[in-house]
Design a protein around this ligand. Structure first.
Ligand SMILES: Nc1ncnc2c1ncn2[C@@H]1O[C@H](COP(=O)(O)O)[C@@H](OP(=O)(O)O)[C@H]1O
Ligand SMILES: [Mg+2]
Ligand SMILES: [Mg+2]
Ligand SMILES: [Mg+2]
Length: 396
């Protein structure tokens, strides 16, 4: 079980060759794009919200780590039994919702989150609700920050259900994926707790807790030393950059350090991330794009928005995501990750080069896929994406 950072590198039998000099050259010529900083940032500092989000995501990460450890020790990770995962997903959502409401009690609260309590309110879910409630209470008690009496089952169900907001273009909405990369979580690999704040439809802050991501670089295909510290907390605020610190507050690396995306200008030197799960992204399309760009390194396949986190610290240069036809991306799968990357100097667009629009409710209505890279590489990446998509559709 790959818990040591949870990194799995895809095997590729087909080495990528430099095939498009024109693509490479156009890439090197492009000047840096100007980063647009939302005018919202000049009106609000979001400091209180950021502190609350960091606290909430860190506590949720602790809860998830405990469940993942038990899951691996009890060796049920290869079963199709989803109950331990469900417990961590629900527990994480309840905890984040509870902490945000406690920390920001004077503000109106709206949360768009992945899970809801519908299944938990069924008669045969009593036991699982009990286990979730125990997990949440234990995590809060161990932390000791909140002087609360034990939460009841109904308190926990209500906390989960405060994530029922629809989001939209007006006002502030929190956006939460309590465990992103559930499949990675079950395997013992990467996952993330992803929390962002929308203000008037724009992402203004994001926090990504990645309990299995090494603080050291994973750039050279995951060959980090076995004793490198694991567990990253990324956070970003509009106009203020992206920072990373250890998830372990007692660690020497608990002070935040500013991170930057890779400065690579030559795509031949770039490496790229994609989903571990082939059902989540068309690996053949990514491979054709990489080939056009002359990318030499094999794809790095990891679960969850840990890909955005790793990209923000320069561990790779490109993230490609092309869902199968008909799949609609949800805002909680990208909101936190996108600001973590853009504030670190990167660019996140759909396959047509348009920025992602988080103002339309739960779904991101976008063209074909999501691509992420630095400002220098983006033009040539977009060109390669366009060409590969055209070739794919003409071959059908
Ligand atoms: N068929 C599909 N295509 C694309 N994404 C999918 C998908 N089925 C599920 N997903 C999303 O992919 C996310 C994981 O992304 P990744 O592949 O980068 O790890 C899942 O988040 P959850 O694990 O929170 O449900 C889920 O929302
Ligand atoms: Mg998700
Ligand atoms: Mg999830
Ligand atoms: Mg899910």
């Amino acid at each position: 079980m790959a818990i040591n950072g949870g990194l799995r590198i895809a095997n590729s039998n087909s080495p990528f060759v430099v095939s498009l000099f024109s693509t490479k050259a156009s890439c090197l010529r492009v000047s840096a794009a100007v980063r647009v900083v939302s005018s919202l940032s000049s009106m609000a500092s979001y400091d209180k919200e950021l502190a609350a989000a960091k606290k909430a995501a860190s506590l949720a990460a602790r809860l998830c780590q405990k469940v993942q450890k038990a899951l691996l020790q009890s060796d049920v990770q290869s079963k199709s039994d989803k109950s331990p995962v469900t417990i961590a997903d629900y527990g994480s959502q309840a905890l984040v919702s509870f902490v945000l409401e406690k920390e920001l009690s004077s503000e109106p609260f709206s949360l768009v989150a992945e899970e809801d309590s519908e299944d938990l309110r069924k008669d045969d879910s009593q036991e699982i609700v009990g286990r979730i409630t125990e997990l949440v209470n234990n995590t809060l008690a161990n932390d000791g920050s909140y002087n609360v009496s034990t939460l009841s089952r109904e308190d926990v169900l209500r906390a989960i259900d405060s994530g029922k907001s629809e989001g939209g273009p007006q006002g502030q909405h929190w956006v939460l994926d309590p465990i992103d990369g559930t499949k990675g979580f079950v395997r013992g690999d990467q996952y993330a707790i992803a929390l962002a704040l929308l203000d008037e439809g724009k992402v203004v802050l994001g926090v990504l807790a990645c309990p299995n991501l090494p603080l050291a670089s994973i750039a050279s295909g995951g060959q980090h030393s076995s004793n490198s510290e694991i567990g990253c907390l990324f956070f970003a605020k509009v106009g203020a950059g992206t920072y990373m610190q250890s998830l372990d507050s007692s660690s020497n690396s608990s002070s935040p350090v500013k991170v930057q995306v890779s400065a690579i200008e030559n795509p031949v030197e770039a490496s790229f991330f994609e989903s571990y799960e082939a059902a989540h992204s068309l690996h053949d399309l990514s491979s054709s794009i990489a080939k056009k760009l002359g990318v030499k390194a094999p794809p790095v396949r990891i679960d969850s928005q840990a890909k955005y986190g790793a990209l923000s610290k320069g561990d790779g240069a490109i993230y490609l995501r092309f869902p199968h036809k008909g799949y609609r991306e949800k805002i909680w799968d990208h909101a936190a990750g996108s600001i973590v990357v853009t504030e670190a100097g990167g660019v996140v667009t759909d396959a047509a080069g348009n920025p992602l629009d988080f103002s339309r409710g739960k779904y991101l209505d976008l063209d074909t896929g999501i691509i992420v890279t630095n400002q220098k590489l983006m033009p040539c990446l977009l060109k390669a994406v366009r060409e590969s998509i055209e070739e794919k559709s003409s071959s059908l």
